[in-house]
Design a protein around this ligand. Structure first.
Ligand code: PLP
Length: 394
């Protein structure tokens, strides 16, 4: 038995499902997960000493790869002064200022500890602001694990379905929350004009438009999906990249909305560890690297080659959806433009494909309906090897 398999057995005795987040358990693809010892650059090493080229990257967190030296240095410096104070630090303001300078729709933000909290808090704020209860989500979208009441759902990329919902629930919809480029049903692209349509529809209905950019924020470039597509939401949720591998997320928007958050306003929202100094310094160090134009340029150059070659050589029953440095392979002939399309993927084929890749030392996100990510540390040689392995596996 491998050390990972033994560790998983132990973990299952003490942790629900053996994990602290369900998809890590490999449940949908079978087998047992490698237990990770360390990460460096584009690589992971497990406790059995196997190395993997990592395309999960802590679910999109590590755009600079694992343990970037500048981030490690910054965290060490902060660590010397303490772990958490529950009192303001200048680091919080510095990171907020940098995020606000990158995303023009943000005038003020509030740091929280997870994407779940960011979405939950943004929705609470939207409900207070509008005095309405109902929330619209798009099928296959993920905004964390909080439980919401009064949720209406429509398929992504379907304008008519949304128009009907908005007509039927006139003056009752507080917020429409959407991943501008969904990545939690696998990557799905918004069709031309769809995000602008969401903007017009919600503005006309006086509904708060929330872009959940927990994945797309700082991944689709400096400025996120809203900058990429030129559509301005009322509120934005961020996470993953802005914490640099430590727990940090944020929500924010116009001053008019954010001034309703306590202590400026009546919408209560708080957190013992919110704005934690280690997380703030990690996030700050990551964003400072991303601010250098060459970081995104290099990433784009590498990924362009990879996706072009992949698209050219994949068989017709494997679909590649990609944008920026994120992608999903679906095992279907159907063009995947929404959740129903994603569901046509043959998950058994995906599982076989997944394990073949894993055996060749390539670690993809361990489920079909997830995104894979490329970091600035994936070299052209890494990507070439991956290309060959993917084409052999499919
Ligand atoms: N929103 C989106 C778009 C996400 O992808 C995720 C997590 O993957 C979340 C929210 C929840 O974030 P967290 O896992 O930090 O609670």
């Amino acid at each position: 038995m491998s050390k990972s398999a033994a560790a998983f057995e132990q973990a299952q005795r003490y942790l629900s499902g053996g994990v602290n987040s369900p998809v890590r358990s490999f449940q949908s693809i079978g087998g047992t997960p490698p237990f990770i010892q360390r990460g460096a650059g584009a690589y992971l090493k497990d406790i059995d000493g196997r190395r993997y080229l990592d395309f999960c990257l802590s679910w999109g967190v590590h755009i600079l790869g694992h343990n970037p030296p500048a981030v490690v240095r910054a965290v060490r410096r902060t660590l010397a002064d303490g772990l958490s104070f529950g009192a303001p630090t200048e680091l919080e303001t510095r990171l907020a200022k940098l995020i606000i300078s990158a995303i023009p729709s943000l005038e003020k933000i509030r740091f929280v500890n997870s994407g779940t909290e960011a979405a939950m808090s943004a929705l609470k704020l939207a409900r207070y602001y509008t005095g309405r209860r109902k929330i619209v989500m798009l099928e296959g979208g993920y905004h964390g694990h909080a439980e919401y009441s009064e949720v209406l759902r429509a398929p992504f990329n379907d304008r008519t379905a949304l128009e009907k919902i908005f007509a039927r629930h006139k003056n009752k919809i507080a917020a429409l929350i959407v991943e501008p480029v969904p990545a939690n049903m696998g990557v799905v692209l918004p069709e031309a004009g769809y995000l602008a349509f969401l903007r017009e529809l919600t503005a006309a209905a006086k509904t708060v438009l929330i872009f959940d950019e927990v994945i797309t924020g700082f991944r689709l470039g400096w400025g996120g999906a809203q900058n990429y597509f030129g559509v301005v939401p009322d509120l934005t949720c961020l996470g993953k990249i802005i914490g640099g591998g430590l727990p940090a997320a944020a929500y924010g928007g116009k001053r008019e909305l954010m001034s309703l958050v306590a202590p400026e306003g009546p919408v209560y929202q708080a957190g013992t560890l919110s704005g934690n100094p280690l997380a703030m310094s990690a996030g700050l160090a990551v964003l400072q690297e991303l601010q250098k134009p060459q970081t995104y340029q290099a990433l784009q150059k590498n990924t362009e080659y990879f996706f072009t070659e992949l698209a050219k050589h994949l068989p017709p029953d494997v679909r590649l959806n990609h944008l920026g440095a994120m992608f999903t392979l679906f095992f279907t002939k159907t063009k995947v433009r929404d959740y129903r399309g994603a569901q046509t993927s043959d998950v058994k084929k995906f599982a076989r494909f997944y394990h073949k890749l894993l055996r060749s030392g390539i670690y993809f996100s361990p489920a079909q309906f997830e995104a894979d990510f490329i970091s600035a540390r994936h070299t052209p040689a890494d990507l070439k090897r991956t290309l060959t392995a993917i084409l052999a596996a499919v």
